[in-house]
Design a protein around this ligand. Structure first.
Ligand SMILES: O=C[C@H](O)[C@H](O)[C@H](O)COP(=O)(O)O
Length: 249
């Protein structure tokens, strides 16, 4: 297993051990390459612990993960209050603002984050930054309704200060990425000064008609767990405290 993969697993295992408690019944499962380790650790809690629990996915990938792990699947329209949601991130700053949507799942992810009593981020050490846009430079993912994409792009280029915003194109399909909700994704890079307090630009983007959701999650998480190369885990809390913990058994 590579260092990065091991770091993702460390972060996920530590977060599950601390935040998925026996009394939790409704659990939100995020998307991305770190989340499979979250589900792996939850399964390790045993059949008894998972009996009566319902797991809510943030998209196609996590739905498959829940079903293939033989956990009970539910949806947020049936369970609008979630005990705890665990999810990955593309980048997280020192105030727990984060960029999400590298996998185009941020609309459902934000709904599950908002629905949760506790929202927890899990990631490898590359995602732990002072300011957003440090390592994840492709820009803020923005989900838009297809017919409005050109208008929103124009707004981003000429009004909101992202001249390099682009429509995200698919890799093994001609044309744009289409989300689980049938929408398009725009990736909009912003200069550092806009990322110092990302709430402002998040609100401005969200006000553009045609935008469905912005991949900036501002101060929503209770804690972020980052697996490190040396086998420790750095935990950042919502009060800006930073904790260093040893790896779980
Ligand atoms: O849309 C995708 C999600 O926001 C992911 O949680 C995010 O891209 C992080 O994924 P990974 O754990 O693969 O870095």
């Amino acid at each position: 297993m590579s260092n990065i993969e091991a770091s993702k697993k460390l972060a996920a295992y530590t977060a599950v051990d601390r935040h998925v408690k026996p009394e939790h019944r409704i659990i939100g499962i995020g998307s991305g390459s770190t989340v499979p380790y979250v589900v792996e650790r939850i399964v390790q809690q045993g059949e008894e612990a998972n009996k009566g629990r319902v797991f809510i996915p943030t998209g196609f990938q996590s739905k498959e993960l829940i079903v293939s792990s033989k956990l009970a699947l539910g949806d947020v329209d049936e369970y609008p209050t979630i005990d705890v949601t665990l999810d990955g991130a593309d980048e997280v700053d020192y105030q727990l603002n984060c960029v999400k949507g590298g996998g185009a799942c941020h609309l459902r992810e934000k709904v599950l984050a908002e629905a949760a009593n506790t929202f927890i981020l899990v990631a490898d050490y590359r995602k732990n930054v002072q300011y957003l846009g440090t390592n994840f430079v492709q820009g803020v993912p923005i989900e838009v309704v297809p017919f409005a994409y050109a208008k929103v792009l124009q707004n981003l280029h000429h009004i909101l200060g992202s001249p390099n915003a682009v429509l995200r194109m698919a890799v093994k399909k001609a044309g744009p990425v289409v989300t689980d909700n049938g929408n398009f994704i725009i990736d909009a890079p912003f200069p550092r000064e806009k990322m110092l307090d990302p709430y402002i630009i998040m609100a401005q983007i969200k006000m553009l008609t045609g935008v469905v959701e912005v991949g900036l999650f501002c101060r929503m998480a209770k804690a972020a767990y980052f697996g490190n190369e040396d086998g420790t885990v750095t935990v950042r809390w919502d009060d800006e405290k930073v904790e260093q913990v040893a790896a779980p058994e």
